[in-house]
Design a protein around this ligand. Structure first.
Ligand code: HEM
Length: 422
């Protein structure tokens, strides 16, 4: 069988899993012409790539947010270069501050460890637990709105607001700037993986948003320096005994990462869980009878239909994976969504089974860059699903067609149009 896999095709977006199976069985290392990257699809090989940063660099993630190609090279791509110059002009920082700024997701060990230690202070188990009461309030607000309407879009009215409000509050964004923050998040997210991806950065409004967001964050940083508060920005800029601190430019870069890495992913985890439970009424019934199983449902959803389908890495030297030798500087695309459906690791992988052992799923990645926000995402998803699970049998879909988000990287329902059953 010839394999024609391109992550951008509508068929793949509708259902990528048969393509992944064909790759795993017929071409476990497959060169995707349109991306210039090698797709790696078996669990053991994805595991190998993600746990060997000395062979596979994360610098391939650097241009991920603004370009459709992994590690796109601005010196060869005039459009990308022009975009990067415009971003630089919009930022209130000197060229030196920009060049030396580190971005967590694209730095490699040992530097990655130094940076991760600084930002982890904002994600300690105690810190995350302290958000629980607020997550409950936001979820309860969303539920009241759902009850008040006969029909609604669960993505728009529930799965989007929960993480967005929490991230804004976590960063300490003043309530009167929440509307702006939401607008900035929307543009940053859609530029990174959605419909505006590939559009000129200026036309999409991205440059203007970067200007507004970065100027605003610099004000916040100055205010917190003068008067520290209980928020993430204060934590990131507070010098510690070991001297670890983020520069203002790094705070802006990290905030952008949180917007992209933390919002849409959690939205889609909630959306995927609800969508999958609606499609599997017998599994829904199991969870309704035993609500203590909600965390297991979330883990099974991360395995079965994870919000992030793949990552990028770059080979540092010649390396052989599953019998294929890759040259140095090759782009590698470990497909998380395929590793999680590999029958070599998970028996009957295409069956959604809330009682299965999901240990080892790679929905949050693996190794040094393992998702920093995993416990926050789990907390939000658990409280959201606990609130919804008893109501789901009373809800019906208003459309049988499920349109997936306009992204080649993120997976989840674009809308979940539901109505209360009469
Ligand atoms: C269901 C929701 C989420 C999923 C599926 C998810 C998935 C991932 C994955 C796969 C990675 C690994 C990237 C790599 O190895 O290159 C990652 C990293 C990261 N995630 Fe998440 N994420 C989610 C939610 C969040 C949230 C809520 C936050 C923060 C508020 C967050 C912040 C981060 C950060 C900062 C990193 C980079 C860590 C590093 O480079 O050391 N994520 N995430």
């Amino acid at each position: 069988m010839t394999i024609a896999y391109t992550p951008f095709s509508p068929e793949v977006r509708a259902n990528p899993y048969p393509f992944y199976r064909a790759l795993r069985d017929g071409a476990p290392v497959y060169f995707i012409e349109s991306l210039g990257a090698y797709a790696v699809s078996r669990y053991a090989d994805v595991h190998f790539v993600l746990t060997h940063p000395e062979l596979f660099s994360s610098d391939a993630m650097r241009t991920m947010f603004i370009s459709a190609k992994p590690g796109a090279d601005p010196t060869r791509d005039p459009e990308l270069l022009a975009g990067m110059v415009s971003i630089a002009q919009a930022l209130p920082f000197t060229p030196h501050e920009m060049i030396t700024a580190r971005q967590l997701i694209s730095v490699d060990p040992p530097e990655h460890g130094v940076m991760r230690k600084i930002v982890s202070r904002g994600f300690t188990p105690r810190r995350i637990a302290s958000y629980e009461a607020r997550v409950r309030e936001v979820v309860a607000d969303c539920m009241r709105r759902l009850y008040a309407n006969g029909e609604f879009d669960l993505v728009r009215d529930f799965a989007i607001p929960v993480p967005t409000v929490i991230i804004a509050e976590m960063l300490g964004i003043e309530p009167d700037r929440h509307e702006d923050f939401k607008r900035w998040s929307d543009v940053v997210i859609s530029q990174s993986s959605g419909s505006r991806r590939g559009q000129s950065l200026r036309k999409s409004g991205y440059i203007e948003v970067i200007r507004e967001l970065s100027h605003y964050l610099v004000e916040v940083i100055e205010a917190r320096r003068a008067k520290p508060a209980e928020d993430l920005v204060t934590t990131l800029i507070a010098a510690q005994e070991d001297g670890g601190v983020l520069t203002p430019m790094e705070v802006v870069a990290f905030t952008l990462l949180l917007l992209v890495a933390g919002n849409e992913t959690t939205t889609n985890l909630i959306g995927n869980t609800v969508n999958t439970l609606l499609a599997h009424p017998e599994q829904l019934e199991t969870v309704r009878r035993r609500p203590e199983m909600v965390p297991a449902v979330i883990e099974e959803t991360l395995r079965y239909e994870g919000p992030i389908q793949f990552l990028f890495r770059r080979t540092r030297e010649e390396v052989t994976i599953a019998g294929t030798t890759l040259p140095p500087n090759a782009f590698v695309m470990p497909i998380l969504g395929s590793a999680n459906r590999d029958e070599r690791q998970f028996p009957n992988p295409d069956v959604f089974d809330v009682e299965r052992d999901t240990t080892g799923h790679v929905g949050f990645g693996l190794g040094a860059h393992y998702c920093l926000g995993a416990s926050l995402a789990r907390l939000e998803a658990r409280i959201a699903v606990e609130a919804l699970v008893d109501e789901l049998p009373r809800l019906r879909r208003r459309s049988s067609v499920i349109e997936y988000v306009d992204s080649f990287l993120i997976r989840g329902p674009h809308h979940l149009e539901l109505a209360w059953a009469a």
